[in-house]
Design a protein around this ligand. Structure first.
Ligand code: DX5
Ligand code: ZN
Length: 222
């Protein structure tokens, strides 16, 4: 049975970068709900990935929602370029130095959904002021910067607390989890209240013929 409550957003960071278009096609055909795009600037995190031109080129390979995770500092100067490149959701980190509230407003004014992300070391209290405006909270369950890291179970309590904070607001805000998500940790995150699961290595380290089975298993479909 399809678990309609849980969305899977595969992170192409773990895909084969020499054939990204094909990988996006494969994961779309495998039933992914969204496509997670990790944007790293070598400053906010110690790694570099892709810019708006790559995202714009990938746009023609799928109609699935582009879930752009912006790990840049500042964030504000990248909102317009990624919107233009075809992003549907832009998520920025609350830890950036420029104005988070202004960036959320800007993302919404570009006609997109706005997400806020929080690092493992940051307290959930810092997201409170933004819950009246954002559409999604992305809880990092590894230190941002690299795929293939171990899930930090210390973040499960944070997911539960954020769920409570959202329930109090009575707004429709999704909780997305990112980092070390596999068949075991996905269950823990769903139990804690997550609605959207990002998975990189759990999917892309396998042969493309297994993507569909993995997406279903991560969704906890029976
Ligand atoms: C890390 C990225 C993640 C990462 C997840 O900074 O935000 O999206 O690609 O990869 P896995 O699932 O391999 O931990
Ligand atoms: Zn990510």
């Amino acid at each position: 049975m399809k678990n309609n409550n849980i969305l899977i957003s595969p992170s192409i960071l773990a895909a084969d970068f020499s054939m990204l278009g094909q990988e996006v096609t494969n994961i779309d055909n495998a039933g992914a709900d969204w496509i997670h795009l990790d944007i790293m600037d070598g400053h906010f995190v110690p790694n570099l990935t892709i810019g708006p031109d790559v995202v714009s080129n990938l746009r023609k390979y799928t109609k699935k929602l582009f879930d752009v995770h912006l790990m840049t500092n500042p964030a504000s100067n990248w909102l317009q370029p990624f919107a233009k490149a075809g992003a549907d959701i832009i998520t920025i980190h609350v830890e950036v130095e420029d104005n988070v509230q202004e960036s959320i407003k800007k993302i919404k004014s570009l006609g997109l959904k706005a997400g806020i992300s929080i690092k493992p070391s940051s307290s959930e209290k810092i997201i409170e002021p933004y819950l009246d405006y954002c559409d999604l909270v992305l809880v990092m369950t590894v230190e941002p910067g690299f795929g293939g890291q171990k899930f930090m179970s210390s973040q499960l309590e944070k997911i539960k607390n954020i769920k409570k904070m959202i329930n109090n607001k009575e707004r429709n805000i999704l909780i997305e989890v990112d980092g070390g998500i596999n068949l075991e940790t996905s269950k823990l995150c769903i139990e804690a209240g997550a609605n959207v699961l990002v998975a990189g290595n759990a999917i892309f380290s396998q042969d493309a013929s297994n993507y569909s089975k993995l997406v279903k298993s991560l969704r906890n479909e029976t």
